[in-house]
Design a protein around this ligand. Structure first.
Ligand code: CP
Length: 302
């Protein structure tokens, strides 16, 4: 494995190996206090063409804990703003001697293109509406820790699936690891991909919670709550939000979300503090899983 471009390139054995490795970096409440030094002398660039908090900081933390170094490239303030092409930007970065480039980009297909012309390892940190493989792996890791297994766990993905790269990567990884996947969304935000065509659909999250072990919420962008998508915020919340009351009513159902969360839209603020909420544990798994991925890529290629 030289690049991580999509979840589909990983076999079930690869995924299990990454989750097993990640689990050695975790404690029940955080990360192992002693960092690893497996990638000393490796140099990474984090090239984020879209905003990020969790993915960018967790990759930076993972790199630091592996004894490697990183620098951040941001589109804002770079020569991209003067018209430099992506290919020329990548060749410029490569000429500075980096071993790996971690890319988030709004366009589908960019990561594969970059991998075709660079010698650096390319790691996908979010791609358009199609792929967020490291998010899916950290979510699988969180579910496996919580339940002791992934096989047989009922996961309902709820919210804006149409525009969600997380939904696509998660449905792929979790279903191949044996979870049962369903979804819950308004008609206008349902995905059209074949991947979802045969899956069970719920019309509201209250019914979905009767079936689910995990409700995996997706961010609903306020700009999509308009007359032609969802008639009103109240209407959306009535059917798809996890309110404080709903969480209290179904305490055995775990609540996950990739972040950032739209408090007051897809969930209430109190839900973030509930015992059944795994959202901050997901972030910790994000560091461990990204450490495992980097270590796997560079140990496979040394
Ligand atoms: N889950 C996720 O990708 O979050 P960020 O946009 O903060 O990186």
């Amino acid at each position: 494995m030289r690049h991580l471009l999509s979840s589909q390139q990983l076999s079930v054995e690869n995924i299990t190996e990454i989750l097993d490795m990640a689990s050695t970096f975790l404690t029940p409440t955080g990360l192992q206090p002693t960092a690893q030094r497996a990638l000393v002398d490796k140099r990474f660039v984090l090239a984020f063409f879209e905003p990020s908090t969790r993915t960018r900081l967790s990759f930076e933390t993972a790199i630091d804990r592996l004894g490697a170094s990183s620098v951040v490239f941001s589109q804002a303030g770079s020569s991209v703003e003067k018209g430099e092409t992506l290919q020329e930007t990548i060749h410029t970065i490569e000429a500075m001697g980096f071993d790996g480039i971690i890319i988030r980009h709004a366009d589908n297909g960019v990561h594969e293109q970059v991998a075709s012309y660079t010698k650096m390892s390319v790691i996908n940190a979010g791609e358009g509406s199609t792929a967020h493989p490291t998010q899916a792996l950290l979510d699988a890791s969180t579910i496996r820790e919580q339940f002791g297994r992934i096989r047989g766990i009922n996961v309902v993905i709820t919210g804006d699936l149409l525009h969600s790269r997380v939904a696509r990567s998660n449905a792929d990884v979790l279903s191949r690891m044996g979870a049962n996947i369903a979804y819950c969304a308004p008609d206008q935000l349902c995905p059209h991909d074949a991947q979802f065509a045969q899956l069970r659909r719920f019309d509201n999250v209250r019914d979905a919670m009767q079936w689910a072990d995990v409700v995996y919420l997706l961010r609903i962008q306020r700009e999509r709550i308009s007359a032609d998508i969802v008639p009103s915020l109240d209407e959306y919340r009535k059917k798809y939000a996890i309110t404080r009351e709903l969480a209290l009513d179904q305490p055995h159902v775990m609540i996950m979300h990739p972040g950032p969360v739209n408090v007051g839209v897809e969930l209430d603020e109190e839900v973030l503090l509930a015992k059944q909420c795994l959202i901050h544990r997901q972030v910790t798994h994000g560091v461990a899983v990204r450490m495992a991925i980097l270590e796997k890529i560079f140990s496979d290629n040394d």
